[in-house]
Write a protein of this length. Structure first.
Length: 145
């Protein structure tokens, strides 16, 4: 009598069906337990402005930009409109101040790039308190919105 089967030692029988079952169960588990976030929704709180005048503080740097792209720091005209010049003028104006507030007075016809230059120069100096000067709207303009 021969009780052993005639298998060669090179044949190894691996049963992968239980492993596939485990992976399917894990897949189902993770699909059911995962929470999906909606990243397409943005929670934005828009700023509000009022027509009330605020008291000017001592630590204020006024920067004016006219329609031709000329810059004025505290009513002093800059020699050119390069970023380096704006940054150095801001550094000189803010040297004795602890936390200066930068107020940008941009002409309505001034380019967007000129305002961004001022903001970039302030960012390079870590001056983060920036505000924009505006004029109050007339009553006729308010009704047309």
């Amino acid at each position: 009598m021969q009780f052993q089967q005639n298998k060669s030692p090179d044949e190894i029988d691996i049963n992968v069906i239980p492993m596939i079952d485990i992976f399917l169960m894990l897949l189902i588990f993770f699909m059911l337990s995962t929470t999906f976030l909606r990243k397409s929704e943005l929670n934005i709180t828009l700023p509000k402005a009022s027509a009330e005048q605020t008291e000017p503080t001592l630590d204020t740097i006024n920067i004016a930009v006219d329609a031709q792209g000329n810059f004025f720091v505290n009513d002093q005209a800059l020699v050119n409109s390069r970023l380096y010049t704006i940054r150095e003028a801001l550094r000189d104006a803010a040297k004795d101040m602890t936390k200066p507030i930068i107020t940008i007075h941009a002409d309505a016809q001034a380019t967007h790039q000129s305002v961004i230059k001022v903001m970039d120069a302030a960012r390079q100096l870590n001056l983060v308190n920036i505000t924009f000067a505006t004029q109050p709207m007339q009553e006729e303009e308010e009704g047309s919105e």
